[in-house]
Design a protein around this ligand. Structure first.
Ligand code: FES
Length: 261
């Protein structure tokens, strides 16, 4: 028979394992949930403006590899639909890519960047992986849950906020962090998270600026608390032969334009 201490340890381990399994699965739904705004008969088509983008994306691939355009087109569809992918939008992408709809469902269900159910106006993805966890991501999750009265995977009744714990988002140097829609807010504390939530309620979320991320403790990008300590001289930009891009290669400086965003 197990001693009381052993069984207490075993139950703590089992609880932790259970928490980790729930965390690693996330609570994003990667399967179809039939609802009035999410069934095959629901209408979806790209807007006129987005059809220009669709054609720009398609032009990058030979006609017999149209399916290569699937991910950028799903991203475009998700943006048009308000941050999620209704079944009808995936069917439209399948039609454009000349593939069976199931091929698109597989891709949309595999990649966590695609949401199969509606999300709030502010979709908050809090990283819960080890570096963020040891720097306080659990407190950040708890702060959001207490402040908004929602749990992991839920959306507020007013449709403003969705909260989801996710795995590493690649900003570990500035842990803990949250991705809000397309932008990263890093070096969070309980207070700065509350500040962000209050700003979102007023639709005054601070711009992330040119770095694509905003550390909330005043530091710049990935600099440490003592400021910049290395790479003090600006890097010399590599010499690039502009003729190179005339042959159809993508100029790295113009990737966003090239991607039709
Ligand atoms: S561990 Fe959180 S961003 Fe990498």
């Amino acid at each position: 028979m197990l001693s009381t201490r052993t069984s207490r340890v075993a139950s703590a381990v089992a609880k932790k394992f259970q928490q980790q399994s729930v965390r690693s699965m996330g609570t994003a739904k990667s399967f179809h949930l039939e609802s009035p705004n999410n069934k095959a008969e629901t209408y979806f088509d790209f807007s006129e403006e987005n059809y220009v983008r669709v054609n720009q994306v398609l032009q990058k691939y030979p006609d017999n590899y149209r399916q290569a355009a699937m991910i950028p087109l799903l991203d475009l569809a998700q943006r048009q639909a308000g941050g999620w992918l209704p079944l009808a939008a995936m069917d439209k992408v399948a039609q454009i890519c000349h593939v069976a709809p199931v091929r698109v469902y597989e891709v949309a269900s595999f990649y966590t960047m695609f949401n199969r159910t509606p999300v709030g106006k502010y979709f908050m993805q809090v990283c819960g992986t080890t570096p963020c966890m040891i720097c306080g991501s659990e407190e950040i999750m708890q702060t959001i849950q207490n402040h908004l009265g929602i749990k992991n995977g839920e959306t507020t009744k007013d449709g403003y906020f969705t909260l989801l714990e996710v795995e590493c988002l690649g900003a570990c140097a500035n842990a803990p962090m949250v991705q809000i829609n397309d932008d990263y807010y890093e070096c969070l504390s309980k207070d700065s998270m509350i500040e962000l939530l209050e700003l979102m309620k007023q639709d005054k979320l601070p711009e992330v600026g040119k770095w694509g991320s905003l550390p909330m403790n005043g530091q710049v990008s990935c600099e440490g608390p003592l400021g910049k300590r290395s790479l003090l001289k600006p890097p010399v930009p590599p010499k690039v032969d502009p003729e190179r891009f005339k042959a159809g290669e993508v100029d790295p400086a113009s990737v966003k334009t090239h991607m039709a965003y």
